[in-house]
Unconditional design. Structure first.
Length: 212
């Protein structure tokens, strides 16, 4: 086979070191062919498999639901009500997710999102459990008495007449309903923040352990 000389474009037999017409060395042509063949090899080489980025929600949602269920149960024990159950929702969601999807990696931000989902589910399950407990064990009166006691303690801390009017309103049935609604909203946000924190911490610790 022949190739054109890079200097005079005359045909030169392959393997010839110098062009018979102009005497130019043909090493450059050979190196150029090697480079081009390497480029073709790179193009044809199969690419390495890419690990999917982000949370695989088909695996994450069952993990978050199970973590939320366990966390809701922990809320009925003394330590759970002081934040342990809320934080554990995010921690368990990350651990359950990694067990279902060992190849997946979670950043602290992704762990926080997964923890937030488990917190929302955990709060919903806890609210349902509380409602069932009140219906079955008729503990609504105890809850009402506890709310009244909390309101009266707040009333003793202020002598403002306008504040006393608010306290009197809160003691009424509509006021108690409003007060309970506000407490549920506050508890929802606390549950969300604590579970997100637990998920972020668990993801950060797992990532650090894998890198070490």
């Amino acid at each position: 086979m022949e190739h054109p000389c890079y200097q005079c474009s005359a045909p030169v037999e392959d393997g010839t070191a110098f062009c018979p017409h102009c005497g130019a060395a043909q090493i450059r042509v050979a190196s150029e062919e090697v480079r081009r063949s390497g480029e073709r090899a790179d193009v044809l080489a199969p690419s390495a498999p890419v690990v999917p980025a982000g949370i695989q929600w088909s695996q994450a949602l069952p993990s978050a639901a199970l973590a939320g269920l366990i966390a809701a149960g922990l809320m009925f024990i003394p330590l759970g009500a002081f934040g342990l159950g809320m934080i554990s929702a995010g921690v368990m969601a990350v651990l359950f997710y990694r067990r279902r999807n060992p190849a997946g990696t979670l950043s602290p931000g992704m762990g926080a999102r997964l923890g937030a989902v488990s917190g929302v589910l955990g709060f919903g399950i806890f609210a349902v459990f509380t409602a069932i407990e009140m219906l079955v064990f008729h503990s609504g009166g105890q809850v009402r008495a506890l709310l009244l006691e909390t309101i009266e303690q707040q009333a003793l801390r202020t002598s403002d007449p306008q504040a006393q009017q608010y306290v009197t309103y809160l003691k009424s049935p509509p006021g108690l309903a409003l007060f309970m609604g506000l407490m549920l909203v506050a508890m929802f946000f606390i549950f969300l923040v604590f579970s997100s924190l637990g998920g972020s911490l668990a993801a950060a610790l797992l990532r650090r352990r894998e890198r070490s």
